[in-house]
Design a protein around this ligand. Structure first.
Ligand SMILES: Nc1ncnc2c1ncn2[C@@H]1O[C@H](COP(=O)(O)OP(=O)(O)O)[C@@H](O)[C@H]1O
Ligand SMILES: [Mg+2]
Length: 359
């Protein structure tokens, strides 16, 4: 039978990937007990919402199971006390080390020529669909002055957590990782009045200082239009492609053309065009009404040489679920096929177009 010190030796080989140190040396293994063929202990992690939690637990479990005669391993999870965590924190702040630990397969930005077309809503619903389809999904809210992603997914008091070297995304009820400036503010109503360069820095940090962990799809909600901040995202994140969102209104073609021009200028693939708020289905008669007038997004997409991905209706149920932080409860009938198509179109994450600037 294995002894306690033998088990401890085996656990010494298990490392916290973020801190790259042994979990025993870090003081994470507590109350270790060996009772014949049974081992139990508490694992005190830097955060219970740590993206590497499962990995550390599995590694610890298989390390213990490799001991002779051990049949059962019980691991209880706990979080380090704030003082313990602080002692592991770097004094000089976050230094972009999280980026090296992340493994994000596809980065897709959602863009529109102008505000209010439902870009954030499309971002949220696509993320919810991809999650439902079994992918590991994150949402980066790059709309720093008009952040609307947390409200769709999370309770108003949700905040980010920190590990010693990184910011940790908040997790939604279905397990989507979310980062937004709103999750850093004292109150969600607080205004962000920062100038362009500061905004660009925050967006870059949302990539380099956030421990996203392993993700299949990171959806990025861009600010409206072709602003500086949008350009920052397109150039400093390893983009797979961009989805353009429009609505059936005058001038739509002109603003979409401008947005497309910007994306092409930085040589990022355009995955296609989605038209939101195209029609309303009257609940009494089942008739379709084109509230914002007629439009022809299919031929617009053709003229702009991009795939047409689909039309979405105006649905009061979406707006109401969004207001309650329950966007993930919206049925996937329309969005799941759209998300699947976009997922198939998206190439693997590329290299960032612009070398990282010193900040
Ligand atoms: N298809 C839709 N059906 C119902 N409401 C919608 C729809 N698309 C957007 N909305 C609502 O319109 C408003 C603007 O949408 P939002 O996604 O915030 O736009 P953007 O991010 O482009 O500025 C939100 O209140 C949203 O809930
Ligand atoms: Mg928005």
């Amino acid at each position: 039978m294995a002894t306690e010190s033998e088990i401890r030796k085996l656990l010494e080989k298990v490392r916290d990937p973020e801190l790259d140190r042994s979990i025993v040396e870090l003081g994470m293994v507590r109350g270790l007990q060996v009772d014949k063929d049974r081992v139990s202990f508490t694992l005190a992690l830097t955060s219970l919402s740590h993206p590497f939690k499962d990995r550390i637990v599995e590694n610890a479990k298989s390390a213990v199971q490799s001991a002779a005669g051990i049949r059962e391993v019980d691991i209880f999870l706990d979080e380090m006390a704030p003082e313990e965590k602080a002692s592991l924190q770097k004094e000089d702040g976050l230094k972009g080390e999280a980026e090296k630990l992340n493994n994000v397969k596809h980065v897709i930005a959602i863009m529109s020529g102008k505000g209010g077309v439902g870009k954030s809503l499309v971002t949220g619903l696509l993320a919810a669909s991809l999650r439902r389809l079994g992918h590991r999904v994150g949402v980066l809210d790059a709309d720093i002055t008009g952040p609307s992603i947390p409200k769709m997914f999370l309770p108003a008091n949700a905040r980010l957590d920190f590990s010693p070297k990184a910011m940790l995304p908040a997790k939604t009820r279905t397990g989507i990782a979310v980062i937004s400036v709103n999750l850093l503010l004292e109150s969600e109503d607080q205004a962000v009045i920062w100038r362009g360069p500061l905004i660009s820095n925050v967006i870059r940090q949302f990539w380099s200082d956030v421990l996203w962990g392993d993700l299949d799809y990171l959806m990025v909600d861009l600010p409206p239009g072709t602003s500086d901040a949008s350009l920052t995202v397109l150039q400093s994140l390893p983009m797979s492609g961009v989805v353009l969102v429009t609505s059936p209104q005058n001038l739509a073609a002109m603003v979409v053309r401008k947005a497309a021009q910007m994306v092409r200028h930085v040589e990022i693939p355009i995955l296609g065009l989605v038209e939101n708020m195209s029609y309303f289905v009257c609940p009494d008669t089942g008739n379709r009404h084109r509230i914002f007038g007629p439009s022809d997004p299919e031929s617009m997409a053709r003229q702009l040489h991009m795939p047409f991905l689909g039309c979405l209706p105006i649905d009061p149920q979406i707006a109401s679920l969004c207001d309650q932080g329950k966007i993930e409860e919206y049925p996937g009938g329309l969005f799941d096929p759209l998300a699947q198509r976009i997922a198939q179109l998206a190439p693997p994450a590329g290299e960032p177009k612009m070398a990282k600037q010193a900040s």
